[in-house]
Design a protein around this ligand. Structure first.
Ligand SMILES: NC(=O)c1ccc[n+]([C@@H]2O[C@H](COP(=O)([O-])OP(=O)(O)OC[C@H]3O[C@@H](n4cnc5c(N)ncnc54)[C@H](OP(=O)(O)O)[C@@H]3O)[C@@H](O)[C@H]2O)c1
Length: 269
C-alpha cells in the first residue's frame, strides 16, 4: 500500500483529493492546523486508511516536529504540498518570519527536504506542489523575500507561488525524485476566508460566479497520481503540461532562492 502525505486537506482542494483517493489502495495522512476539523473529517469519512496529524505549517518548529512524526512511517510514496493562504495584513509567525513566505513556501521546502530519506525508500516516489497561475503577476525581490516593503497580501501571495515553481524546477534538477507543480484553476474553496477584508468580500463574489468546484480544481493532482505520470520538473494546468512564466525558468534565481530558503531551515535541521 502506498503512503500519501497531503498538507492542507481539511478543506478545499486538499480535502477533495482525499475524498477521491480514499477508496483506492492508499494510506492517507492529512496534515492540518485545526484538530477539531481534522477529527471531524476522520469521523465523517470513517476509514481505517485515513490519518490526521496536526501541524501549523507556518511554524518551522512545528514542521520540524511533523517531519519527525512522518519519519516513523519509513517510506513515503507521494507528498502533496498543498496548504496555502493569503494574508491581507502582514503577519509574522512566532519566529518573526512573514507568514505568506513561511506557510506557502518554507513549509513546502522544509517538509520536502526533511522527508527525502523516506521518499527515497519508495520505489517510485512523487512530489506535487500546488502552485498557481498567480505566479505570473509579480517579480521576486530577493532582498525583500519576507515582503516588508509596501506590503500587499496579493503581491506576497503571487510571489510565494512563484517560489513554489522555482523550488519544483530546482528540486527536480537536484534529486532523482519526480517533482511537479500544478495550477488548480480558480476554485471555489475556503481560500481567502481567513481575512476580514474587502478582499474576502470580492473573492467570495467571484468564487460564486466563475470558480470551479474543488473536484475540478484537483484534477491535475489526481491525474498525476492515478496515471503515475513519469515526468519531473513540469508545471501542469488542467492535467496538461504548460509553460510557466519566463522568470520561473531563471536557473540562477532558483539557485539563489534555494540557498536563501536553506538558511531559514538550517538552524532547525
Ligand atoms: N482556490 C483557488 O482558486 C486557488 C487557485 C490557485 C492556487 N490555489 C492553491 O491551492 C492550495 C489549496 O488552497 P484551497 O483553495 O484549497 O484553500 P482552502 O480551502 O483555504 O484550503 C487550504 C488548506 O490549507 C490549510 N492551512 C492553511 N493554513 C495552514 C497552516 N498554517 N498550517 C496547516 N494547514 C494550513 C487549511 O486549513 P483550515 O481548514 O484549518 O483553514 C486548509 O486545509 C493553496 O496552496 C492555494 O494557494 C488555490
Amino acid at each position: 500500500m502506498k503512503n500519501i502525505v497531503i498538507t492542507g486537506a481539511t478543506n478545499g482542494i486538499g480535502l477533495s483529493v482525499v475524498r477521491q483517493l480514499i477508496n483506492k489502495n492508499f494510506q492517507i495522512y492529512i496534515i492540518g492546523k485545526n484538530k477539531e476539523k481534522g477529527n471531524k473529517i476522520i469521523n465523517e469519512l470513517n476509514k481505517t486508511n485515513l490519518n490526521y496529524i496536526n501541524c501549523d505549517l507556518s511554524e518551522l518548529s512545528e514542521v520540524k516536529h511533523l517531519i519527525s512524526e512522518l519519519k516513523k512511517l519509513k517510506k513515503i510514496d507521494i507528498l502533496i504540498n498543498n496548504a496555502g493562504a493569503i494574508f491581507s495584513k502582514r503577519v509574522l509567525n512566532s519566529e518573526k518570519i512573514e507568514k505568506t513566505f513561511a506557510l506557502n513556501h518554507l513549509s513546502y521546502f522544509y517538509l520536502t527536504l526533511g522527508l527525502i530519506d523516506n521518499l527515497e525508500l519508495s520505489e517510485n516516489p512523487m512530489i506535487i506542489n500546488v502552485a498557481s497561475q498567480a505566479h505570473k503577476r509579480f517579480k521576486l525581490d530577493l532582498n525583500d523575500i519576507e515582503n516588508k516593503k509596501f506590503y500587499s497580501g496579493w503581491k506576497s501571495y503571487c510571489r510565494s507561488k512563484l517560489l513554489n515553481i522555482l523550488f519544483t524546477y530546482e528540486f527536480s534538477k537536484r534529486y532523482n525524485i519526480r517533482c511537479n507543480c500544478i495550477h488548480p484553476g480558480f476554485v471555489n474553496t475556503n481560500f481567502g476566508n481567513n481575512n476580514i477584508s474587502l478582499f474576502r468580500f470580492v473573492i467570495n463574489i467571484l468564487k460564486n460566479i466563475i470558480a470551479v468546484s474543488p473536484e475540478k480544481g484537483s484534477e491535475s493532482i489526481i491525474h498525476l497520481i492515478m496515471n503515475d505520470i513519469k515526468v519531473s520538473g513540469k508545471y501542469f494546468v488542467k492535467s496538461k503540461e504548460q509553460i510557466s512564466s519566463k522568470l520561473s525558468y531563471d536557473e540562477d534565481l532558483a539557485k539563489q532562492v534555494w540557498e536563501l530558503s536553506y538558511k531559514y531551515i538550517q538552524k532547525h535541521l
